[in-house]
Every structure is written in structure tokens, then in C-alpha cells.
Design a protein around this ligand. Structure first.
Ligand code: GDP
Ligand code: IMO
Ligand code: MG
Length: 425
């Protein structure tokens, strides 16, 4: 059985936790998009892991981990992640494969990300400054790209870096009046990364197809969320990869029809980090309540997340383009204590009501939300294991989300820990 876990909002839905739970029954977990802009939290006992590049299955000592072609690999973050797990007694030796075709994020990408954001002032995108956009731009541009396979031939890499750094320095000086970077420094770091990471570099497409043929069970782990997809999200306030499930086949070379089930992860409300339209945002007491109670601060950057009501228009769109079979609804516990909850069931745009999400950022900014108000609940639900034991208002809330998204909610998160999950048929 192969499954794909995808965020259906603007990221941070709780994918790390869902993947960690499902990884128990998977042989292989695959990251196929994005880079160290992702921050996936997995909590095992007293250990809290923040994973940026390693798949969330990596905390389980027997799970094979794959970082596939379309991931933007920051070798510094990857080696840091491997060492962090080693420090907790979890080794990745012999069970991590990093695609030879994956593109490499280097210091000049992070510098470019930072300089560009700074130069945009109030128009900045609010990126994670992890060099993601500049790395993918080099990938698409082709002439100045570095891939993992380049770590296998250091002489050729040195020559390549000299050419790239000369080009980047011309841009840094001309556009940003910024200090040049030094090719030798970058090369020296690359020799260290090459030594550490070479054993993991592989043809992951060949490996995944061999594994499919052997009947292995594969779990595909999306990063970011569908509304941040470069082609289908709220452009330009998106990331630079296909972060919907549509990015999965292209990202790892395994066709979507080999995946038996697509699981969409959502929060029981909505959050967003960075700039961009957010129709159900509650920049008020309610938003602050959710942020404090849900601990809504970025896993990668620590930024406070913007919070708002559940947006069924946005989630339905994400579920539709993502061929989502079922929903994992996280953070239901966070809503406890709010007297009345609001769910956005339609938008009013140009006086007309619509339930189809316009990904166009300008149109989305003009959308007025049509809310359905429902009763909240007071009880703490963090210890509940059975759906029928939830307060009636919480059960009704889950059923309303099922009705509006036309998808069954099969998992309900009631806290951050591994066992704080309710399974439903
Ligand atoms: P991801 O990027 O989708 O993996 O999500 P993040 O890890 O960035 O953010 C999700 C946050 O919510 C993390 O701090 C999780 O530990 C936490 N979390 C996940 N599920 C639940 C839940 O059901 N309830 C609560 N209270 N916290 C949760
Ligand atoms: P996970 O996998 C939430 C957002 C940034 C910014 C925009 C572009 O943890 O859900 P980028 O650095 O990618 O160029 O930033 O995308 N963003 C995320 N928001 N969760 C993420 O990942 C994100 N990755 C990028 O905040 O708005
Ligand atoms: Mg996250």
C-alpha cells in the first residue's frame, strides 16, 4: 500500500506527525519537494524533532528514507539533521538515499534570498530565507546549477563553482551593492559535505521502482501545502516548488497511479506564515487565542503564524486538485474554549457567491467570507481516544468539515504527541 500525505492549506498542518504515525506501517518514506524551508515536527516520548530535509520517517530506526530529485538539498542542514539524529542514538547509515539529481542549496542562494527580500521592503514575500527560490531558479535556468552528483567529482565542482561565483558576484555588486562571496570558501565547505554525504547519493528513481516491484510499502511526504504551490497556489505568495500532490510524480519519478491513497492534512482552523491573502484571517483576539493555545510559531523561522477560521472553500479546492481521498484533521483540541466557531463555506466576489477558490491573489484579496457559525465546546479533549467520546459540538464540527469538503475525516488530532490521535473508519 502506497500513500501520499499532503498539506491542504498554507503549510504547517501537522504533516510531520501524520507521516510519523503512518510510517509505522511503511517500509520507505520519501520527501519529494521543497527544501529546508519545511519544518516538520515529530514528537516521540520526551523528544521533539524538527525535521527540515530528512523525511519524518527518519526517527524510526528501521525506516528507509529517500530524498528525491525535486528536493532542494541544503547540505549544511542535511548533515546537521543526520548529526542531530545520531546524537539521539538514531543512525541513518545504510537507510538514507539522496537523489543524485537533487539540486544543491549553497550559501549564495541564501544570500540572494535575503538580499532580494530586503530590497522588496513592504512588498517582500516573507520567505523563510533558506535560499529556496534562488536554488530552484538556478535549476530551471540550468547554466549555474549544482546537483548532488557534482559532489562525486570535486575537480569538476571546483571549476563549476568558480564560474558560478563570478556570475553571482556580478549580480550582488550590481543589484545590491553587496560584498562578494569567495569561491574557495564555498568549495572548502563542499569538500566536507561531499565526504559526509557521498555514501547516501543514489539513483532514487531506480530504487523506488525496484521497491514498488518488490511490493514494499511507500509513504510520500509532501512539504509545504497546496495553497503554496508555485503553479496552483496564491502566486506570487507561494513557494518555488509544486507543493500540491501534483508535484509528487514529477518530484520523485513515481507515477501518481502507483499511489493507492492521498491523505490531505488540515488544521481545524487556518494558519499562514509570510505575506499574501488570507480571507479567513482573524487579526484579533480570536487569532491570538488560537496562536497561543496552538503554539502557532514557525518550526523553521520561529515567526508567529497568522491565524484564522477554517476555510472550506480553500480546502475543497486543494482536495479537488490533489485527488484527496481522506482528511487528517489536526489541532481539534486547540479550538476548545471558543464559544462560537466560524467556518467559511463560500466567498462573495464581485457580489456573487462562489465555492470555487480563486488562486489569483488579487481576486482572493477581494473575497468576502460567507461564514457558518457553530457552537464550540469547553472541555479539554487532549486525552480522548475514541471519536464517540468527543463533546457533541466537536463531533458536529468534524462532520461539518466532512460535509463541506466532501471528504471523510479519518484521523483527528487532539494534541501534538504521537498517541494524541483518533482514528475513524
Ligand atoms: P508540518 O510542517 O505540517 O509538519 O507542521 P509543523 O510541525 O510545522 O507544525 C505543526 C505543529 O502542531 C507542531 O508543533 C506539532 O507538534 C503540532 N501538532 C500537530 N498535531 C497537533 C494536534 O492535533 N494538536 C496540537 N495541539 N498540536 C499538534
Ligand atoms: P512546511 O513543510 C509554512 C512559506 C513562507 C513564505 C513562502 C515562500 O513546514 O509546511 P520560501 O522560503 O519557500 O521561498 O517561502 O512559503 N513557506 C511555508 N509556510 N510551512 C512551510 O513548510 C513553508 N515553506 C515555505 O513562509 O510565505
Ligand atoms: Mg512546518
Amino acid at each position: 500500500m502506497n500513500a501520499c500525505v499532503i498539506g491542504l492549506q498554507w503549510g504547517d498542518e501537522g504533516k510531520g506527525k501524520v507521516v510519523d504515525i503512518l510510517a509505522e506501517r511503511s517500509d520507505i518514506v520519501v520527501r519529494y519537494n521543497g527544501g529546508a524551508n519545511a519544518g516538520h515536527t515529530v514528537i516521540v516520548g520526551d523528544n521533539r524533532f524538527a525535521l527540515h530535509l530528512l523525511p519524518s520517517g527518519s526517527v524510526r530506526p528501521d525506516t528507509i528514507c529517500v530524498i528525491a530529485n525535486a528536493v532542494a538539498v541544503d547540505p549544511e542542514v542535511l548533515t546537521g539533521g543526520i548529526e542531530m539524529l545520531e546524537s539521539k542514538g538514531i543512525s541513518l547509515d545504510g537507510r538514507l538515499l539522496v537523489s543524485q539529481n537533487a539540486h544543491v542549496v549553497l550559501d549564495y542562494h541564501k544570500k540572494e534570498d535575503h538580499l532580494r527580500e530586503e530590497s522588496l521592503g513592504t512588498n517582500k514575500l516573507g520567505t523563510t530565507v533558506r535560499g529556496i527560490g534562488p536554488c530552484y531558479a538556478d535549476k530551471v535556468g540550468r547554466s549555474y546549477a549544482v546537483r548532488m552528483a557534482d559532489f562525486r567529482d570535486l575537480d569538476a565542482l571546483r571549476a563549476k563553482l568558480e564560474k558560478i561565483v563570478e556570475y553571482k558576484n556580478r549580480i550582488f555588486a550590481a543589484l545590491y551593492n553587496s560584498e562578494p562571496i569567495n569561491a574557495d570558501d564555498i568549495f572548502d565547505k563542499c569538500t566536507v559535505y561531499a565526504e559526509r554525504l557521498s555514501p547516501f547519493i543514489a539513483d532514487t528513481t531506480e530504487f523506488l521502482h525496484r521497491s514498488v516491484a518488490q511490493g514494499k510499502s511507500i509513504l510520500f511526504e509532501g512539504a509545504q501545502g497546496t495553497l503554496l504551490d508555485i503553479d496552483h497556489g496564491t502566486f506570487p505568495y507561494v513557494t518555488s516548488s509544486n507543493s500540491s500532490s501534483l508535484g509528487m510524480p514529477a518530484g520523485c519519478g513515481v507515477p501518481a497511479k502507483m499511489v493507492h491513497t492521498f491523505i490531505g492534512v488540515v488544521k481545524a482552523y487556518t494558519t499562514r506564515v509570510g505575506s499574501g491573502p488570507f480571507p479567513t484571517e482573524q487579526d484579533n483576539e480570536t487569532g491570538r487565542y488560537i496562536r497561543d493555545k496552538g503554539n502557532e510559531y514557525g518550526t523553521t523561522t520561529g515567526r508567529p503564524r497568522r491565524c484564522g477560521w477554517f476555510d472550506a472553500v480553500a480546502v475543497s479546492y486543494a482536495a479537488t486538485i490533489g485527488a484527496i481521498d481522506s482528511i487528517a484533521l489536526m489541532h481539534l483540541d486547540t479550538l476548545a474554549g471558543l464559544e462560537t466557531l466560524h467556518v467559511c463555506r463560500a466567498y462573495k466576489i464581485d457580489q456573487k457567491e462562489t465555492t470555487f477558490f480563486p488562486s489569483d491573489a488579487t481576486k482572493l484579496r477581494s473575497a468576502e467570507c460567507v461564514y457558518q457559525a457553530v457552537a464550540g465546546w469547553d472541555q479539554d479533549i487532549t486525552d480522548i481516544k475514541d471519536f464517540d467520546d468527543l463533546p457533541e459540538a466537536a463531533r458536529d464540527y468534524v462532520r461539518l468539515i466532512e460535509e463541506l469538503t466532501r471528504r471523510p475525516v479519518t484521523m483527528v488530532g487532539v494534541g501534538p504527541k504521537r498517541d494524541q490521535i483518533i482514528f475513524r473508519q
